[in-house]
Design a protein around this ligand. Structure first.
Ligand code: TRP
Length: 443
């Protein structure tokens, strides 16, 4: 079967960056950082993303490009008669759990786009967000809208849909974040927030926080569940995988840091308790800042539209993993597969929205359903997937195959090959295990 492939270098980088950059950087990172004490969490996240995330992203790209298949089939092709394909299976489960809450938050961004456009963003923003979420039906309707939008893009196929939108919108988001940073930093009382996020206070960092940082590193790079294996299979042979991965990691870090420099100073200026705000942090903080900007409505509209689109380009990558699986492994037609996948994600997603709305008792282990899906996806499934991907690449896959991919068949020099193998064989798996254990023991 012929597979779509991205048309040029920028196409691949844009698509993979579009997957990586999303709500994870702008919504999830700041709220976790707020809950976990600020600067020390940022450092832990940087540590995890560079030492653990980057090698795993390279591993995923190599596996996908070498096998030229979806996440599940790649393992079957490279290592027939071995159970490694279970990594792909776990990835499919993770797609569903992630999308269940991701689509809920995606829906929130649509609500806030509409509020910005209709100029109904004024008032007590804490109250506004809580009332909206507790309304249950409205958030579910928006969640449906968000999934319908993602569905539309996925149906048009890989290179066309994803590539086109990302190229213009990512740079736009970046520029807007810089403008918002400037406004936020010039607010009265901004300094405290800036210190909070830039000055590490390690007494705030528990084993649990480090697990959160690790999970966030995986989440924000879209790794640990085969998404980047699927994208890797679309990357042309001559492309430099290391370059691509470096750009994505850097972009992801920059966006998360910029988002924090917008949110924390604004929060301190507006007297918002960042450790108690939870998943609503961005939605409670930014409207207050927009109100203090000349042309605030325009900035608010632009921001929420771009956030929504960034969320869409990530959501499509998650849906794509499952759709590709259905099309290539189960011979289901693309359109039908996409619809089926979106409907099942919606059903699971309704439970997430319900747990924040009229059914707070919905959940397990003392976590509401929304938090449970969030926690299981980022803190369990992804690191576990990453652990096995590292073990697979380091110990099971022939070294020759990896070297071939990382050097694009010998045409590119990859001087850090030894470092890479050392990381992927020893450091990555051991670090994941340690963080896992200390997180569960809540050290
Ligand atoms: N990385 C995206 C974000 O930060 C979310 C995402 C897309 C993702 N695809 C993924 C997370 C695959 C984990 C795995 O918003």
């Amino acid at each position: 079967m012929s597979r779509d492939s991205f048309s040029n270098r920028f196409g691949v980088v844009a698509a993979a960056a579009g997957s990586a950059i999303g709500l994870g950087n702008i919504w999830r990172f700041p709220y976790l950082c707020g809950e976990n004490g600020g600067g020390a969490f940022l450092l832990a996240y940087l540590f995890c993303i560079i030492l653990i995330g980057l090698p795993i992203m390279l591993a995923e790209f190599s596996i996908g490009r070498s096998a030229q298949r979806n996440a599940y089939r790649s393992f079957k092709v490279l290592s027939p008669q071995r159970p490694w394909y279970l990594i792909g299976v776990m990835g499919i489960i993770a797609s569903f759990t992630i999308m269940s809450f991701y689509s809920a938050v995606g829906g929130w961004t649509i609500e806030y786009v509409i509020r910005s456009v209709t100029n109904t963003l004024a008032g007590d923003h804490n109250e506004m967000f809580n009332t909206f979420i507790a309304g249950t039906y409205t958030p579910i309707a928006y969640q449906f809208g968000f999934l319908a939008l993602s569905l539309g893009v996925v149906i048009f196929g890989v290179s066309k849909g994803i590539e086109k939108s990302t190229k213009i919108l990512m740079p736009a988001l970046f520029v807007l974040l810089i403008i918002l940073c400037i406004r936020s930093l010039t607010l009265e009382g901004a300094k405290e927030g800036l210190i909070f996020v830039l000055k590490p206070d390690f007494s705030n960092l528990s084993g649990n926080s480090i697990l959160d940082a690790l999970g966030q590193a995986f989440f924000s790079l879209s790794i640990g569940m085969g998404c980047m294996i699927t994208y890797g299979s679309y990357i042309k042979r001559k492309e430099d995988l290391t370059y691509t991965a470096n750009v994505i990691v850097l972009a992801s870090i920059v966006v998360a840091v910029l988002a924090s420099i917008v949110i924390f100073p604004a929060a301190s200026a507006l007297n918002i308790e960042v450790d108690a705000a939870g998943p609503g942090l961005v939605f409670k903080t930014l409207p207050g800042m927009f109100a203090l900007m000349p042309g605030g409505i325009i900035f608010a509209t632009l921001f929420f539209i771009l956030l929504c689109i960034a969320a869409l380009t990530s959501a499509i990558s998650l849906i794509e993993v499952v759709v590709t699986f259905c099309v290539e492994e189960m011979q289901i037609k693309r359109g039908i597969a996409t619809a089926l996948v979106a409907v099942s994600m919606f059903l699971l997603g309704i439970l997430c929205s319900l747990s924040l709305g009229m059914m707070p008792q919905l959940g397990l282990f003392g976590l509401g359903f929304f938090d449970l899906m969030d926690f299981m996806s980022a803190n369990i499934f992804l690191p576990l997937g990453g652990f096995f991907i590292a073990i697979y690449m380091g110990w099971a896959l022939k070294k020759r195959i990896t070297v071939k991919e990382l050097t694009s068949d010998g045409s590119i020099k990859f001087s850090l090959l030894r470092v890479f193998f050392f990381l992927i064989r020893y450091i990555v798996p051991v670090a994941i295990l340690i963080v896992f254990i200390s997180g569960f023991l809540r050290l």
